[in-house]
Design a protein around this ligand. Structure first.
Ligand code: FAD
Length: 418
């Protein structure tokens, strides 16, 4: 441990907050992690587990805008919207539309590629410190389609980005996906493999074990709801919680989609909304998949987990607190049975979570503009599992006054977001 000695409170025990707590404790700070749920039980519990080092394209691109009308009327398509929420969502959507301009897309792609280039190393540090090797699967992840033309068309912009930023990828030979994954329907003949990407076998357990390591290292966990930071200007001294006020020298806001209110209390107006997502857990077929597989024509992913095969797909734009509606993700199960003929299709469980998303698809990593001891660490949209360890390390660097070694200007809280 290096010399730290500051009292740091981390709000939010998802992948981002847990990793921040682990790195901050390793710096010798007196760290308290606050969450109203058990650590890892929020959105970080139900994701697809892909450490996706190539996901540098923003969600909002000219292509997304062009396809929008068709997407909104497709009952099993990858986008749904709760129309009653539209008035609240509109300002965010307008910024998303502005963020689709080619120059913005190019800037975000470059910024995310820079972060992603450091993401694997940060996972290694966490895996080593918390002893998580048994929870990580090697073998890459795979995108498949019926034929090469469909695969090439669907993946053209991302392959261009892979080439530009030197991201490892392999176009498979005709029929090779089935050789790699005998569980796949043989008619899925085309594949794009991200060979060096790893996958987490149980994302909730991954976060739980990080928090266990943090506690073993001397960190403290408080199970409580945070509701306020005092309004006085200058450094924040307290976080008010249902377990009483917590005194602090530094506050890290890593509350996922619920960070927006706390960021505002710290003087940062961040347009953050929920891209809600669902999963269905299915019994493993025999044989099952060895790595996560994304089905390009259907827009969903099947990821082998310890508890079964996890089907994730799609975005629902709605309030983060609206009740779940899993009908759309359930409708994907019969399609999953076609692409994986051995799948019985018995549903073991369904789940819903909230990807915390900014209009420009960039996370918010940095100091709050008005409160110099408040640090923002949220907004990791579809790649929070991938970037959580790196963000945790960067926050620890910033609090220690170390140079983070990455240009964090594209992620600063006071940027324009579109
Ligand atoms: C279906 C789906 C699939 C995904 N697949 C992948 C993938 O394969 N790879 C990838 O990299 N990413 C993936 N993601 C994205 C990833 O899961 C998220 O970006 C990530 O989990 C966000 O982590 P977080 O720590 O910011 O938020 P969370 O995990 O939501 O943690 C925030 C925590 O803050 C707590 N909190 C909030 N408000 C308060 C309060 N007032 N008081 C106390 N506690 C509070 C919450 O209880 C919660 O535990 C996926 C997401 C979804 C929905």
């Amino acid at each position: 441990m290096s010399a730290g000695g500051q009292r740091v409170v981390v709000l939010g025990g998802g992948i981002v907050g847990a990793c921040a707590a682990l790195f901050l404790r390793a710096d010798g700070h007196d760290v308290t992690l606050v969450d109203r749920l058990p650590p890892g039980a929020g959105t970080s519990s139900g994701n697809a587990g892909v450490i996706s080092l190539g996901s540098c394209m923003p969600i909002a691109t000219p292509e997304t805008l062009r396809k929008l009308p068709a997407l909104l009327v497709d009952p099993v398509g990858p986008l749904a919207i709760r129309w009653a929420y539209l008035p609240r969502l509109l300002p965010w959507l307008l910024r998303v539309a502005l963020a689709c301009r080619p120059a913005q897309v190019a800037a975000t792609t470059a910024a995310l590629a820079t972060l992603l280039a450091h993401a694997d190393q940060a996972h290694d540090a966490v895996i080593q410190r918390a002893g998580l090797g048994d929870l990580v699967r090697r073998g890459g992840w795979l995108k498949v389609a019926r034929d090469q033309a469909a695969l090439l068309a669907a993946t053209a912009p991302e392959r261009e980005a892979y080439e530009r930023f030197g991201i490892d990828h392999t176009l498979l030979a005709d029929g090779e996906p089935h050789d790699l994954e005998p569980a796949l329907a043989p008619e899925l003949r085309a594949g794009l493999l991200m060979p060096h990407n790893r996958a987490v076998r149980d994302p909730r357990r991954y976060v739980e074990r990080i928090v266990q390591a943090f506690v073993r290292d001397g960190g403290r966990v408080v199970r409580a709801e945070a509701f306020d930071i005092p309004p006085d200007p200058g450094p924040v001294a307290l976080l008010r919680t249902t377990a009483g006020p917590l005194s602090l020298d530094h506050l890290v806001i890593a509350a996922g989609v619920f960070s927006r209110r706390f960021a505002r209390l710290a003087g940062a107006s961040v347009p953050l909304e929920a891209e809600r997502g669902y999963h269905v857990m299915l019994e493993h077929p025999e044989p099952t998949l060895h790595r996560p597989v994304y089905f390009v024509e259907h827009g969903f992913l099947l990821a082998p987990m310890d508890q079964g095969l996890r089907l994730t797909g799609g975005v629902e734009l709605a309030s983060p607190t609206a009740p779940p509606d899993d009908r759309r993700v359930r409708r994907l199960v019969p399609i999953a049975r076609r692409v994986l003929p051995g799948l019985a299709g018995r549903i073991l469980a369904t789940w819903q979570g909230c990807r915390p998303s900014t209009p420009d698809s960039r996370p918010v990593i940095g100091r709050a503009p008005m409160r110099p001891n408040v640090w923002l660490a949220f907004g990791h949209q579809h790649i929070g599992l991938t970037l959580g360890p790196l963000t945790g390390r960067l926050i620890a660097d910033l609090i220690a006054g170390r140079a983070p070694g990455i240009d964090l200007a594209p992620f600063r809280p006071e940027r324009r977001y579109w």
